[in-house]
Design a protein around this ligand. Structure first.
Ligand code: FAD
Length: 425
């Protein structure tokens, strides 16, 4: 449409931006993405949940994702001392896919962005959104072409609606002063990629492995195998524990692994060939997810914690809900974004938050490692671990706080003499 060359502008071409853009383009809208970086680019967040593939499918990108040859993933495994507990997503309570992938995000995000472009979305790489104005009848942005040199003036872009999918860039949260402190304490991760050479028979490449440090119970590791003989490896803990005083990230990561016998054994032959990196203070929140002419997607709004790999799934779920609302609004309907976008999105986010908090206070960790849980209850937990945190038919979603509290009591022996059945909950 020549009248409306930038009907919808999306900031950022990560998973949230690419999915939202494609869903809207497929419904006949004209979508432009401005992406600050050149792709492929590194991103953290390599283990996907099964639920997010529903959005990949709906955006018409499933064949391309399948063809990319990513490592298949069917669940999550947890290890702590000699305790081991694996959840298979295919044995879950909720409907939907039970398989997903572990991905190099540089490649995955490129596949999604290319698929969005193939469907007509215009993506301008190396274009940074630097200012936004929502006070007039129509929103407009200032966009800087990073290839044009430092003294080139930013260009004005008029649009009907802005979806902010800028992730850790948090563009509108900063420009519109929406930041709100998160309820989660500051934590830090140190991570790298290794040539893993894992030959341990008990290591399942189709699952993320979450290992807990034997003494520091709040310190945990992710091991995410890729399809090319490499792994993503990271350690997470309280900021003051994880940040090395001497700045030697690789040394610190290796020491944490050395202190965790099961992980040390699995990684005994690994080649540590890539410098470690670190990210901290990543949990974030905002006062509002939407306003006149804008909405926030994915990490640009809320980020909890990496422990259950929920980031990309929340990002895509938000993209789907926002695309739905925006399509209706641009078609002339009056849309209540609080009721149709923010509230349903946050229901799933709050559910994840309960289990994240339960991981760190120990209650959900006890549940994860409890060996006598009934299959039906494990299936309900598996559903949440697979990303189905919006399925209100699952009692562990619908009443997440109460159900977790009760189940944790059972696992800790509070009902020692009663069978762990759903009725006892
Ligand atoms: P992003 O993928 O961050 O994309 C945002 C894009 O916006 C970027 O490409 C950026 O260049 C662009 N941008 C930023 N500012 C501007 C600007 N001003 N103008 C134009 N473009 C801009 N999630 C999982 O699902 N699984 C995991 O295993 C996992 N592990 C994690 C481990 C750690 C330690 C952390 C901190 C997070 C982890 N996450 C994980 C979360 C995951 O990284 C994010 O949730 C996910 O990348 C969010 O996607 P997004 O599309 O919202 O943003």
């Amino acid at each position: 449409d020549m009248q409306d060359p930038h009907e919808i502008v999306v900031i950022g071409a990560g998973p949230a931006g690419a999915i939202a853009a494609a869903l809207l383009q497929r419904r006949g809208h004209q979508v432009t993405i401005f992406e600050r970086q050149r792709f492929p680019r590194f991103s953290i967040g390599e283990s996907l949940l099964a639920h997010c593939l529903e959005f990949v499918e709906e955006a018409g990108m499933m064949d391309a994702v399948r063809a990319a040859g990513f490592q298949q993933k069917n669940g999550a495994a947890f290890a702590w001392g000699d305790r081991y507990s694996a959840f298979d997503f295919r044995e879950k309570f909720s409907p939907g896919p039970g398989m997903t992938f572990q991905v190099l995000r540089s490649r995955f995000d490129q596949v999604l962005a290319d698929e969005a472009a193939r469907q007509g979305v215009r993506i301008h790489y190396e274009h940074e959104v630097v200012a936004a104005d929502f006070d007039g009848p129509r929103p407009w942005l200032q966009v800087r072409d990073l290839k044009a040199g430092a003294d080139a003036a930013p260009r004005r872009v008029d649009t009907r609606f802005v979806l902010d999918a800028s992730g850790y860039g948090r563009v509108l949260a900063r420009l519109l002063d929406l930041e709100r402190p998160t309820s989660l304490p500051p934590r830090r991760a140190i991570f790298t990629h290794i040539e893993d050479h894992i030959d341990a028979a008990d290591f399942d490449r189709q699952k993320i492995l979450i290992s807990v440090h034997p003494e520091h119970e709040d310190v945990w590791f992710w091991t995410i195998p890729f399809s090319n003989g490499r792994c993503s490896l990271g350690v997470v803990g309280a900021e003051e524990k994880i940040q090395p005083a001497d700045g030697d990230l690789m040394g610190a990561l290796r020491r944490w692994v050395e202190g965790t016998p099961n992980l040390r054994r699995i990684l005994a032959r690994a080649a540590w060939d890539t410098p470690a990196n670190t990210i901290g203070g990543y949990s974030a929140s905002v006062r509002s997810l939407h306003g006149q002419g804008w909405a926030l997607l994915g990490n640009a709004a809320e980020f909890l914690d990496p422990v259950f790999s929920s980031g990309v799934t929340i990002a895509m779920h938000s993209a789907k809900l926002a695309a739905e609302c925006l399509h209706r609004q641009l078609g002339g309907e009056t849309v209540d974004w609080e009721a149709a976008f923010a509230t349903p999105l946050m229901r799933g986010v709050q559910c994840f938050r309960t289990y994240v908090q339960g991981w760190y206070d120990g209650s959900f960790r006890d549940v994860v490692f409890y060996e006598q849980a009934q299959p039906q209850i494990r299936a309900m937990i598996s559903s949440i671990l697979a990303g189905y945190a919006w399925d209100e038919a699952n009692p562990f979603v619908a009443e997440h706080e109460r159900r977790l509290r009760m189940l944790a009591e059972v696992c800790r022996g509070g009902f020692r003499d009663r069978p762990l059945s759903d009725k006892a909950m």
